[in-house]
Structures are given as structure tokens and as C-alpha cells.
Design a protein around this ligand. Structure first.
Ligand code: SF4
Ligand code: SF4
Length: 315
């Protein structure tokens, strides 16, 4: 990403009293083993978030900043627990949360779940679909079937449009070596089906993966993930940032403290980022390139009739 684009992102960053985005690890299991994801090697215990923990978080978010983007999920596939997911979304809607978003790999969506998802209160569904050809898709999305995922996302789009529902649906394409040549065909395919297409760079997950992006002192900006986003594991633990997938540098537990308090406890790291004191940050930040991947390209269908994600989720 060009230096000017990075600095444009940096200009949006400041001390926020409460996270702008909140990632909820509804379930730490996954049915896939994607080659660019830390999940297949994740060592920490896996489990399912109790509804009461989400309720506690949702109540605080609703009372403090209901426009916070809430994202299901973090390290895991939320459609492994469809009943819990729909209950959590429905509860979020009932307390007035304005940006309820689901990230899914799309393999487990069935015709029986389509309406339940569309009616759950969700504002935006993002399908992680990193390839147009079967070959490239299944190289990266290990254990997935390209034709099943395409059919599931296409069916949800058609169902949404047939019912005229205001649910935004995106297909997200992570650009990597063996799928980069497919971006144009991918965009044409999904735009024709009324999806918003999101194209972004690969994450390093806290420096665990080589993304090919070069870190230079001149280019470096404060990390948008650290400054805007808070994550909660299924068991309530709060990692320092999305790169801290094992929770080695985290701070406290959402069962025992308010989100505001936990956010404040991580404030020292955010201050170091904002002061551009990068040498004082934890080691992980020195090899991580994820501060460069905060922005994504979004392409919308020309018809203009497509439901858009909530205003607060468009950054
Ligand atoms: S589906 Fe998501 S969580 Fe699961 S392995 Fe792939 S990228 Fe990771
Ligand atoms: S740069 Fe640092 S704070 Fe940002 S995601 Fe990477 S490890 Fe986390």
C-alpha cells in the first residue's frame, strides 16, 4: 500500500474511549484448515462461548456505544453453532446494536439456515472466498469445496433479493500468489449476483506468515487493529490484538471486568502506537505486517440497489 494511503488511515486514528470494533469468538473450532490462517496450528483450548457472556458484552456495548461494529467470529467458524449464533444476533438486535456482522467460510450454510440467518438481526454477512477457480480456491481454503461455497453464497444472495431484505452480503477475496490473476473474473461473477466484493491483502497474524510486504521505518503507521479493535475469546479472555491469537499478551477476562475497563488496561499499547514509539512495542509488532492491511478495496454492483453494510462498518 502506498505511503500516502497509509497516512490517510493514520489520520483517522486517535485515542478512542471504547473500541470501534469488537470481535466475538463464538466458537473456536473450525471445519477448515486454510493455509493462510493460524487456526490449524492454534494451541489454546477450544470451546464455545456461553450465551450469557455475549449478553454481558452486548448489554455494555448497547449502553456505551451501540454503533460499535460487532464481528462474529475471530478464530473459528460461527456456523458450527448456528442456533447460538442466531440467538446472539437476535439478542444484539433486541438491545439496539447497530452493526452486527458475520464472517463465515460458507461451507456450512444450508437452505434450511438461509432464512434464519437473514432474519436473525444480522446487518452484514461476509463470505471468505479466496479464489475463482476450483484449483486456487481449494489450495488456500483447505478442506472446503469451491462449488459448495459458491452455491451457498449465491443462494443466500438470491434469497435476500427475492425477499427484498436489507442485509448486506460481501464476498471477500484475500489476494495471494496463486489467485491474484483471478481478481477480475471474481469481481464480475459476484457483482453480477449483487454481492459487494471486498479485496484485501493477506494478514500475517502477528508476523506468523510471510505476506511479502516490506516493513520500512518510513512507511510505518500506528496499527489500526490495535487502536480500533478489541477481541474476546470464547472463554472471555481478551488478547492484546488480533495477532495475539494464543492470548499470550492479553489483559483480563470479560467475565470478570467491563469491556471499558479491559479496553483501558490495553491503552498503554495504543499510546505507544499513536506516539509512533514502535521500538517499544512487543516483539510481535516488529515482524507483523498487519498494520498495513487495514484498508480493503470494496466494489459495489452498478445497479446501486444492493443493501449496504451499516454506515459504521464501512471504514
Ligand atoms: S475458515 Fe477462517 S478460521 Fe477457519 S481455517 Fe479458514 S480462515 Fe481460519
Ligand atoms: S502490528 Fe502489533 S498490534 Fe498490530 S496486529 Fe500486529 S502484533 Fe498486533
Amino acid at each position: 500500500m502506498a505511503h500516502a494511503d497509509l497516512e490517510n488511515i493514520a489520520r483517522t486514528l486517535r485515542r478512542f474511549p471504547f473500541p470501534k470494533k469488537f470481535a466475538v469468538e463464538l466458537c473456536a473450532e473450525c471445519n477448515l484448515a486454510c493455509s493462510m490462517c493460524h487456526h490449524p496450528n492454534m494451541k489454546r483450548p477450544k470451546g464455545v462461548m456461553p450465551f450469557e457472556l455475549w449478553k454481558k458484552c452486548a448489554d455494555e456495548i448497547a449502553a456505551t456505544a451501540p454503533d460499535t461494529e460487532c464481528w462474529f467470529s475471530f478464530c473459528g467458524e460461527p456456523l458450527l453453532e448456528p442456533a447460538l449464533l442466531f440467538r446472539c444476533l437476535s439478542y444484539g438486535r433486541s438491545v439496539g446494536l447497530q452493526s452486527l456482522n458475520v464472517n463465515t467460510n460458507g461451507m456450512l450454510l444450508t437452505p434450511e439456515l438461509d432464512d434464519a440467518l437473514l432474519d436473525s438481526g444480522v446487518h452484514l454477512v461476509v463470505f471468505g472466498i479466496d479464489g475463482f477457480s476450483k484449483q486456487s480456491f481449494e489450495k488456500y481454503r483447505v478442506k472446503a469445496n469451491r462449488d459448495v461455497v459458491y452455491a451457498n453464497a449465491e443462494r443466500l444472495l438470491a434469497r435476500r433479493d427475492a425477499r427484498g431484505l436489507p442485509v448486506a452480503i460481501q464476498t471477500q477475496f484475500i489476494v495471494m500468489d496463486d489467485n491474484a490473476s483471478e481478481v477480475d473474473a471474481y469481481k464480475a461473477h459476484w457483482l453480477e449476483r449483487n454481492a459487494v466484493v471486498k479485496v484485501r491483502r493477506q494478514l500475517s497474524w502477528g508476523g506468523k506468515f510471510d505476506t511479502g510486504l516490506a516493513i520500512t521505518p518510513e512507511n510505518r503507521i500506528p496499527c489500526p487493529w490495535a487502536i480500533t479493535m478489541m477481541h474476546v475469546f470464547w472463554d472471555g479472555r481478551i488478547p492484546r490484538c488480533p495477532g495475539d491469537t494464543e492470548g499470550e499478551e492479553g489483559e483480563g477476562n470479560a467475565w470478570h471486568a467491563s469491556l471499558s475497563d479491559l479496553w483501558a488496561r490495553l491503552g498503554g499499547y495504543r499510546d505507544l502506537h499513536l506516539a509512533r514509539s514502535f521500538d517499544a512495542l512487543p516483539e510481535r509488532c516488529k515482524t507483523c505486517t498487519d498494520w498495513m492491511t487495514g484498508a480493503a478495496e470494496r466494489v459495489r454492483p452498478e445497479s446501486g440497489a444492493v443493501p449496504l453494510e451499516p454506515v459504521c462498518s464501512r471504514a
